[in-house]
Design a protein around this ligand. Sequence first.
Ligand code: B12
Ligand code: SF4
Length: 480
Amino acid sequence: MGDKMAKILLIEPDYKNKYPPLGLMKISTYHKQQGDEVVFYKGKNKDLRDEKWDRIYIATLFTFYWKKTIDTIKFYLNSVENSSNIFVGGVMATVLYDKLIEEEDIKGIKIFKGLLDKPNMLNPNDNLIVDTLTPDYSIIEHNETQKYKYPVDDAYIAYATKGCVNKCEFCVVPTLEPKYKDYISIKEQVGKIKEKYGEKRDLLLLDNNVLASNELERIIQDIIDLGYGVDDNFFRYEKNGRKISRRKYVDFNQGVDARLINEENIRLLSKIAIKPLRVAFDHAEDSYVSIYSKAVRLAANHGIKNLSNFLLFNFKDTPQDLYKRIKINIELNEEFEADDKTNGAKIFSFPMRYSPPKGSHSMDRKFIGKHWEPKYIRTIQCILAATHGVVGPKRSFFEKAYGTSMDEFNKLLLMPEDYIIYRGSHKDSGDTDEWWNSFEKLEDKSRILPTILSNNLKKIDLNQFSEDEKAVMIHYVPSK
Ligand code: B12
Ligand code: SF4
């Protein structure tokens, strides 16, 4: 920062996240290159707060971690001489920049929008582009002070492209990374990480829309050259004198756009050890469904066996659309199994709740889509919690979780949550039938439906209902 060695503190708020804070890792390299002392910590630490730092960097991630992030910034506010020595950046800081500068008590801190992709952004005359520096993996090593274990910590994390060519309304990538970059050398990035921090098993690519790249062939060749070709996917290492060999994978973790999949690019993708190939299933209209199914079939026909999707729900879709889209995947699995050419290919579904990136609900994750109700969302959450968020390829699994028909699914949408979670026992005891019979018997549901749909069921006052209404509502009383 200047002539003398500076004391730099890097903080990631203690939200749960899968990947290490790449931005801070690059900032760490930046400061270490200038001989500064760098300390990284996840969360709030009183000892670190009691020290004085020349500068503190605080990373931000999802907008719905707003509260925790603000709380963390406030915690360290007095650990620098002047609040302008607190630097905040990353996803949330970029998307909610205007809100953040208005936030009381933290006025005067320095907030960064977007990437650190120009020279002199952290200090004048440094001539360094932080975005291109090799991330410092040493700061995330799990140890005495760094207690948080990132679920993904044995992977090269890199970008082969940046930004996106589209501007989908539910996505903030156009704000975060406004310029689409067709090609970034992953060979260079991986090479440097390997050299400085040793070999990693997997290759995790954070590209938003890799298929839009005109340089896809070159990117795939880079991946193959790095040792992630489809026939070359063993990671061999020694542990306690034993030789171990494990499969290693390439994961384009943001998935690929079904609309862009074609013979040519699927042929390229089938050459690498991709697991899984994630295909976005963002819309429910028939035209999109057929594009999606065609894309997945094409992948299976080219020998890609591990497939998965992102099923965006709670957006413009209906709950019934969600059921239909999961079912389409079950049928695709059956189709693959029946055909010798695709036998062994499997697609897993990952329903993902839509949460708007802007507006008040971006901060609390409570947004309810036009065709959804809080109770419907709760039902899906209960089902997903029981199945760890995944819908497996087997029809029996799907029918057990989501119902054997649309009627059964519609019934689940309204079902008391205990009856969903402990389905077997409540069915056996007769509770479920009792609930449903009273529900069906009740001709005028107008007084109970709003309460059920609102999912405000923690403190229901049963006295407000008639006897017939009570017979239904009693099943929603949590202790029942
Ligand atoms: C990887 C990723 C994930 C990973 C986890 C990420 C993690 N770190 O743990 C996984 C796959 C698990 C994931 C999940 C989800 N994700 Co996501 N994810 C991403 C992705 C691709 C990258 C985020 C990331 O880690 N970037 C690494 C950054 C931090 O490193 P960098 O680029 O080098 O950083 C530069 C700048 O950001 C800046 N910078 C970064 N840190 C700092 C710090 C300081 C102090 C400064 C000054 C600068 C700075 O400088 C750096 C150098 O240029 C983004 C899309 C994107 N393109 O950003 C979506 C994104 C963040 N995800 C998004 C969403 C919606 C989700 C889900 C909610 C999806 C769902 N519906 O379930 C889930 C939520 C998971 C949960 N916890 O509940 C949205 C965010 C929406 C929001 N409201 O915040 C994004 C923006 C995608 C989108 N299409 O809109 N995600
Ligand atoms: S194509 Fe994907 S990354 Fe690009 S704007 Fe749309 S959702 Fe975002």
